[in-house]
Design a protein around this ligand. Structure first.
Ligand SMILES: *Cc1c(COP(=O)(O)O)cnc(C)c1O
Length: 449
């Protein structure tokens, strides 16, 4: 079978995620036959460097032998068992090990199977907690402009990206939305730290007014990934933690994208020295191989549900594949890799190499900013560098970069006109160079016509 044959069969039966299917008339889906390390290979032997870790999930490359071996061991032992009334070694061990690694104070793990569900669990848990402790007026959530927490209706409601959210507006609960800490929007002459402090004060004003009716504030620590890789300073999280304590509102940290080393620390919250009331994890949890998600919380949260059955305080939430044994065994293999190899050091090193290489992007007349946290680096492609004027979105310049980079053998998938790199941690330095060159040529190609 050739690429074209697979694409034709695909287009007869599939409906792809986050895609206007009509786009495939000019760029058919690429069938991947095989993947190893940071590389994907199609049916005609063409290779693509996976510069975005297959939507931010892959940490150690594709088909990592240690991960594959752990999965094979588990498949032959126990595939899956319901997690209500039953348990298993992989789930128990995973919870023990994660609680030892995550920020202090978290003491309980709830399983689900994708990031959006982990967020739904967090929202329901927080709301239900306040019900159980006799604060029924607390029923709203505070979230950030430009935030992203997934696509299910609860998670979408606390998201702040109009493109994903607006169509479904009538279906979504009302939320309280605070301005984004996004430092790309800072006034000229201000530092990231100053801007993050200012934006936090705006959120505090809202808390002052709404704390009585607010269950929780939900944020993506340090990087609003789906929101065009916009970044902010850790001081924001530090001050937010203090404000949430002062106003008796939960802090939900959605580390689904930034967790597991992405920003240079195992969890992004560490850079602010804070611990959330609820932590959401998924994506990198299984190294990008199987769906698994977890929602971690503190002991008082858990205790507020712990009572005689007749009190009807139990958290009656479940998913069929909660704590799937193969997925849990996979996550354990991922934790082994973090434990046995100097992964965080490597991430920090690669991050600084990437930044050095990407200096050529910053110099480009159509790039307004290059920014980085850990091993996430993003470049803002604009029409006018001086006043940061964007290209009209209808022109889809970012898509042109994507198409051009594919021809160079690099998978970039810009968010609008923001070109970013988020490679697996096993990427080589010369591969970083290749990514940057593909982006540079792609931008050059995309801005002229
Ligand atoms: C991807 C993502 C989600 C949603 O996870 P899914 O597994 O795609 O449902 C939630 N929050 C953040 C920050 C994400 O990046």
């Amino acid at each position: 079978m050739s690429n074209a044959e697979w694409a034709a069969r695909d287009l007869a039966v599939l409906w792809h995620p986050c895609t206007q299917m009509k786009d495939h008339e000019s760029l058919p889906p690429i069938p991947v036959r095989h993947a190893a390390g940071a590389w994907l290979e199609d049916y005609e032997g063409r290779r693509y460097l996976d510069a975005i870790s297959s939507w931010w999930v892959n940490l150690f490359g594709h088909c990592h032998p240690r991960i594959v071996a752990a999965q094979q061991r588990q498949v032959g032992q126990l595939d899956h068992v319901l997690l209500a009334g039953f348990t298993h070694e992989a789930a128990v061990t995973l919870c023990e090990r994660l609680l030892a690694l995550t920020p202090a104070g978290l003491s309980r793990c709830f399983f689900s199977d994708n990031g959006s569900s982990a967020v739904e669990v967090a929202l329901k848990m927080s709301f239900h907690y306040w019900q159980n402790v006799g604060r029924p007026r607390k029923r709203r959530f505070m979230c950030l402009e430009n935030g992203y927490h997934g696509e299910t209706l609860g998670a979408l409601a606390v998201g702040g990206i109009p493109l994903y959210r607006e169509t479904y507006g009538p279906l979504l609960q009302e939320v309280i939305r605070a301005p984004s800490p996004d430092c790309y929007a800072r006034p000229a002459g201000t530092t990231w730290e100053q801007h993050s402090r200012t934006q936090l004060r705006a959120l505090e004003t809202l808390l002052e007014r709404h704390a009585e009716e607010t269950c929780a504030v939900i944020v993506e620590p340090l990087v609003q990934c789906a929101g065009y890789m916009r970044m902010y300073h850790p001081i924001y999280l530090e001050l937010l933690r203090a404000a949430c304590d002062r106003y008796e509102v939960h802090l939900i940290a959605d580390e689904i994208a930034v967790g597991f080393g992405r920003t240079g620390t195992l969890f992004a919250c560490e850079q602010a020295g804070i611990s959330p009331d609820i932590l959401c994890l998924s994506k990198g949890l299984t190294g990008g191989t199987l769906p698994l998600a977890m929602t971690l919380c503190r002991e008082p949260m858990y205790q507020a549900f712990y009572d005689d059955y007749q009190e009807l305080k139990a958290f009656l939430h479940s998913h069929s594949y909660c704590g799937n044994a193969i997925a849990c065994a996979t996550a354990l293999a991922v934790l082994d890799l973090f434990e046995e190899e100097p992964v965080l050091e490597r991430i920090r090193h690669l991050g600084s190499v990437l930044e050095r290489e990407a200096a050529v992007l910053a110099e480009h007349p159509n790039v307004a900013e290059v920014r980085r946290h850990g091993l996430i680096l993003a470049a803002e492609m604009v029409r006018d560098k001086a006043d940061r004027e964007a290209f009209p979105w209808q022109e889809r310049r970012g898509l042109r970069v994507h198409r051009h980079a594919l021809k160079q053998g690099v998978l970039l998938r810009p968010l609008g006109d923001v070109i970013y790199f988020m490679p697996p941690y096993i990427v080589h330095e010369d591969e970083l160079r290749l990514m940057v060159q593909a982006a540079l040529q792609g931008i050059e190609h995309a801005v002229h016509d």
